[in-house]
Design a binder for this molecule. Structure first.
Ligand SMILES: NC(=O)c1ccc[n+]([C@@H]2O[C@H](COP(=O)([O-])OP(=O)(O)OC[C@H]3O[C@@H](n4cnc5c(N)ncnc54)[C@H](O)[C@@H]3O)[C@@H](O)[C@H]2O)c1
Length: 240
């Protein structure tokens, strides 16, 4: 129970890696408030992270209920799968609003609280495509690059206030986003296995828990000297 009596917010907690992270943080002893735009059982904070008022209210609710906020995990995200000519204005802005603005607004609200406490841990969801180009995913890779540098900049600004800010950078993870989001037809199991074989050095997709376990580690004091790190969890992809 490494996180006993810790208060956490996890965005994107209704699905995929956010859901896995919320579950594993709870198993580690934390009290977790899930936040998601999807009205799903177990989600305490229903709303849109691209709305700064929602983000401020989410942190305010955690503080009203529990008196503090120790952990923020930003897993909410969307993906636009298109090259530049095929990316219309709405898709571009939606990609930036959710993944970049949403991550920033949640971090800002959390840090305003955490600096008063003199402690806190934030984990953002980057991507292998935040540090490399994403072919056919220009808006998404641009947004993830912004999340990476947001993470590093926040880490520098708040390193002496007891606040650590890191990012996990997953490779190909078996979630509803990978299977279906932004695709005309969801990928079949055979197509996913083929993709993993072609793209991932260890030849398989990650399961959400394999990423969430690293997120939990980054939230604990076991990672006390880590801040501003972009941690690849990618089956070897970024080694190539
Ligand atoms: N799946 C992958 O292979 C992969 C790889 C690298 C990075 N990532 C990133 O990991 C994170 C989690 O992805 P996932 O694969 O678990 O996705 P997912 O689609 O399974 O879950 C994303 C969740 O975010 C929520 N969400 C979307 N827009 C929102 C908004 N505006 N406000 C609040 N909630 C919102 C969705 O409702 C959903 O529950 C994302 O940031 C994604 O970009 C995913």
């Amino acid at each position: 129970m490494l996180l006993e009596s810790q208060i956490a917010i996890v965005t994107g907690a209704a699905s995929g890696m956010g859901a896995a992270t919320a579950r594993l943080l709870t198993e580690a002893g934390a009290t977790v408030l899930g936040a998601d735009i999807s009205r799903t059982p177990g989600i305490a904070l229903v709303g849109d992270v691209s709305n700064p008022k929602f983000c401020d209210a989410a942190v305010a609710k955690a503080v009203a209920l529990h008196g503090r906020l120790d952990i923020l995990v930003n897993a909410a995200g969307v993906i636009v799968r298109a090259d530049a000519p095929a990316t219309d204005d709405d898709a571009w802005y939606r990609q930036m609003r959710v993944n970049v603005d949403g991550t920033f607004f949640m971090c800002r609200a959390a840090i305003r609280q955490m600096r008063q406490q003199g402690s806190g841990a934030i984990v953002n969801f980057g991507s292998i495509w935040g540090s490399a180009g994403g072919k056919g995913h220009v808006a998404y890779a641009t947004a993830k690059g912004a999340v990476h540098n947001l993470t590093r900049s926040l880490a520098l600004d708040h390193a002496r206030e007891g606040i650590r800010v890191n990012a996990v950078c997953p490779g190909e993870v078996d979630t509803p986003m990978l299977r279906g989001a932004g695709r005309a037809v969801p990928l079949t199991d055979a197509q996913l296995a083929d993709m993993a074989d072609r793209v991932v050095p260890n030849g398989r997709l990650a399961q959400p828990d394999e990423i969430a376990r690293v997120v939990v580690f980054l939230c604990t004091d076991a990672a006390s000297y880590m801040t501003g790190a972009l941690v690849p969890v990618d089956g070897g992809w970024s080694a190539g």
